[in-house]
Design a protein around this ligand. Structure first.
Ligand SMILES: [Zn+2]
Length: 302
């Protein structure tokens, strides 16, 4: 937290110098080395922006590494960083604090990844019409967002447009390879009910022929009721679910409760909402491949 605060403060300091030097409105905010400053809302957008922006951008994330993005609060320095960034990449409707901060940024410098991600209403649950934000667990949606980020970077920083497009093609190839491996690895599983902690794997489950049963709701801060827990435990017994999954950024207590009650084992399935020491990989691609190995074991996939 403290380290992030310092790094944002230092970015702001060099930006203040750069903006002051430009004297009268540079079209895009840059750091002292001339990098386009890109503010991203949370980890998967940070990862995509770094991969696509490469050496031409200075990317930071508004959600601190190791923090959970759903209930993010922003400090005044974060709000100022959003207003001053050369490009802001966020998902409208996911983090109210970020939605509010981008109202201070010029529309030309803001990319809402919701439209390219083609958000859909949640697949299961209480009948709420809320859109499911977790597009990044579907490599196809992730690839569409990569294309949108490359386009926004190219418009904001036309001198490096060809580099952004070339980097985006490499990311798209990586995502396509990941998608192929997930499709092949999850094609024949003995258990297709996927019991997750919060409702993050809807797009993922739909893409790979699984059926998500979430212990909690779309957000990590919704606590399930005792009767909701009993319903999940009942399903685990009836459908012979072997493994109940917990996450890296939230308490494993719910999954353990269901496991204790039913005899199912528990294992870590990562919704890639942030990187911690417990993450089974250093970045998005490594963690998604670790998830594949976990699921092949936990769902009994041939
Ligand atoms: Zn989530």
């Amino acid at each position: 937290m403290a380290r992030r605060a310092r790094s944002i403060a230092s970015i702001l300091a060099v930006m203040a110098v750069a903006i002051g030097a430009a004297c009268g409105g540079a079209p895009s905010a840059r750091d002292a080395q001339g990098h386009l400053v890109v503010a991203t809302a949370f980890y998967p957008l940070e990862w995509l922006s770094r991969r696509i922006g490469g050496e031409h951008v200075a990317v930071f994330s508004l959600t601190p590494s190791g923090a959970e993005p759903h209930d993010l609060e922003l400090a005044p320095s974060d709000v100022a960083a959003v207003a001053d960034a050369g490009l802001v990449v966020y998902l409208r409707g996911f983090q109210p604090a970020v939605d509010s901060a981008v109202t201070n940024a010029s529309a030309a410098r803001v990319l809402d990844v919701g439209p390219p991600a083609a958000l859909a209403p949640r697949v299961a649950g209480s009948g709420s019409a809320a859109a499911d934000p977790h597009f990044w667990l579907d490599p196809g949606r992730m690839s569409a967002v990569a294309t949108a980020i490359a386009g926004a970077l190219a418009r904001t920083d036309a001198a490096n447009a060809s580099a952004y497009q070339a980097n985006a093609r490499i990311v798209a190839d990586d995502l396509q390879a990941l998608d192929r491996d997930l499709s092949a690895g999850l094609a024949h599983c003995e258990v297709t009910d996927l019991v997750t902690s919060h409702e993050a794997f809807g797009y993922f489950a739909t893409r790979y022929g699984l059926h998500q049963v979430a212990i909690a709701g779309l957000s990590t801060d919704t606590e399930p009721s005792a009767s909701a827990l009993a319903t999940v435990a009942d399903l685990v017994r009836r459908r012979h679910v072997r493994t109940v999954y917990f996450e890296t950024l939230t308490s494993p207590a719910l999954a353990r409760t269901i496991g204790d009650e039913t005899g199912a084992t528990t294992d870590q399935l990562d919704p890639v909402e942030g990187i911690t020491r417990e993450s089974r990989g250093r970045d998005y691609l490594e963690i998604m491949r670790a998830n594949l190995a976990t699921l092949r074991r936990g769902q009994g996939c041939a």
